[in-house]
Design a protein around this ligand. Structure first.
Ligand SMILES: NC(=O)C1=CN([C@@H]2O[C@H](COP(=O)(O)OP(=O)(O)OC[C@H]3O[C@@H](n4cnc5c(N)ncnc54)[C@H](O)[C@@H]3O)[C@@H](O)[C@H]2O)C=CC1
Ligand SMILES: O=C(O)CCC(=O)C(=O)O
Length: 411
């Protein structure tokens, strides 16, 4: 069924979950969007579907799963904002086939993750996690055994994107040697260099840190075999996604004493809210730093993310720009003063553009500007028309075969 939206700003409902930063709320309000529901928790199942039914825009972080059923319930949804980097919690194809662009904040929390990982690397190399736990229990363990400086040690980065490459620069400033493994050939920063294989990285690194997205290729990427290839007394840090590391295999590697320690920020199953208990077989190890998925949780990062993603949603809502959407044809559009703008999203099959132009011409509607962008599955056409034609043009566009969604934006 073709979806049509044609609303004034104060009727556009924005649902914000997972306690996104107030900077987002303020940005929506300053742009004239007042109809905002703000929840500090994530939602799932029927509770999520119920909230989504009336929402025109939804903002989430990493916990809320937007799967096909969620999109099916979200009849009015125009766009999704992920107030984070990862978009693995969203079924991007399900969104795309309903003409819903998904936005994220690809850079704003990267520095925060890099700083945390570096701090953890130093703490683990000095065995601070264990000594801290023992001191809390009243034990005095003053010893240099197996405690090392990180200077001169090799940091192996799996994934050399925004986070991995920043970490590389920070680690070199401490005198570390950096090697990395990535599926894409990357520009080395400083003296870092790319290695040919994951095995090579694992066998050469004193500290291995994971910075890959969750994909079918990275799922359980670090299992028993990979951990066995790491040096004796090496350290593993995972602040990427919980599905990248086989936790049972990591438990065994820690139990056997093969690894000196580990830091884990992300887990295959994470509590849905701060009220739920955290279960993990790693809880029993003093030499493991466990953090509740806070790699990107700094005031600086959250404020920037709030602004960045809210701005992308407002820009899409106000003028149709989809720049930097992770699943949608990208169009950067000028403002449309004194014009109504129509957004037509359709399945990308031959002939839709000519059909659009035919129905508009038959309805005697003069087009003042037109923009088209497609990806393999979806076509996105933006049409500016004189104000007098807005509702009539909307009606005409709804008749075009293969239409997924039509919206009119008032100026
Ligand atoms: N713990 C936390 O709070 C946070 C976790 N993250 C996670 O960190 C991940 C990485 O973030 P960024 O560096 O910003 O992403 P990015 O997209 O800039 O970099 C990812 C790198 O991984 C590489 N890669 C992809 N598949 C690979 C494979 N199979 N083997 C080796 N390399 C592979 C890519 O080519 C790319 O260079 C995010 O996708 C997210 O899941 C991000 C922010 C906060
Ligand atoms: O802070 C969050 O909610 C998620 C951070 C994260 O994992 C990401 O940005 O991908």
């Amino acid at each position: 069924m073709t979806k049509t939206t044609s609303l004034d700003k104060n009727k556009i409902r924005i649902l914000l979950l997972e306690g996104v930063h107030q900077s987002a709320v303020e940005h929506f309000k300053s742009a004239g969007y007042t109809n905002i529901e703000y929840l500090t928790t994530s939602l799932s199942g029927e509770a999520l579907h119920e909230k989504l039914r009336d929402a025109h825009f939804v903002g989430i972080r990493s916990r809320t799963q937007l799967d096909d059923a969620a999109f099916e319930a979200a009849e009015k949804l125009n766009a999704v904002g992920c107030f984070c980097i990862g978009t693995n919690q969203v079924d991007l194809t399900a969104a795309l086939k309903r003409g819903i662009p998904v936005f994220n904040a690809p850079y704003s929390n990267t520095r925060s993750v890099a700083e945390l990982v570096l701090a953890e690397a130093i703490c683990l190399a000095r065995r601070v996690a264990e000594k801290n736990a023992r001191a809390h229990r009243g034990e005095w363990d003053k010893s240099a055994a197996k405690s090392h400086e990180v200077r001169g040690k090799t940091l192996g980065l799996v994934g050399y994107g925004s986070i991995g490459s920043q970490l590389s620069v920070l680690a070199e400033a401490l005198g570390m040697n950096v090697i990395y493994y990535d599926i894409i050939t990357k520009l080395d920063l400083g003296n870092a260099h790319q290695v040919e294989s994951l095995d090579e990285l694992l066998s050469k690194s004193d500290i291995v840190s994971l910075h890959v997205p969750e994909t079918p290729q990275t799922q359980w990427m670090i299992g028993r075999d990979e951990l066995a290839k790491m040096k004796k007394d090496a350290i593993l840090i995972n602040a990427s996604r919980g599905t990248v590391v086989d936790i049972e295999a990591l438990e065994e590697a820690l139990e056997s004493g093969h690894l000196l320690g580990a830091a884990v920020d992300v887990f295959p199953v994470e509590p849905k809210s701060n009220k739920e208990a955290f279960e993990s077989p790693l809880r029993r190890f003093d030499n493991v730093i466990l953090t509740p998925h806070i790699g990107g949780s700094t005031m600086e990062a959250q404020e920037n993310i709030g602004l960045e993603v809210a701005e992308k949603l407002v820009t899409y809502s106000d003028n149709g720009t989809t720049l930097s959407s992770v699943n949608f044809p990208e169009v950067a559009l000028p403002a449309h003063p004194d014009r109504h703008r129509l957004l037509h999203i359709h399945t990308n099959v031959p002939g839709v553009l000519s059909e659009i132009n035919r129905v508009l011409s038959e309805a005697n509607i003069n087009i003042s500007a037109q923009y088209l962008q497609t990806n393999a599955d979806v076509g996105y056409v933006v049409i500016d028309v004189d104000k007098a034609y807005g509702p009539k043009a909307l009606e005409a566009l709804r008749q075009v075969p293969n239409t997924l969604r039509v919206r009119v934006l008032y100026s």
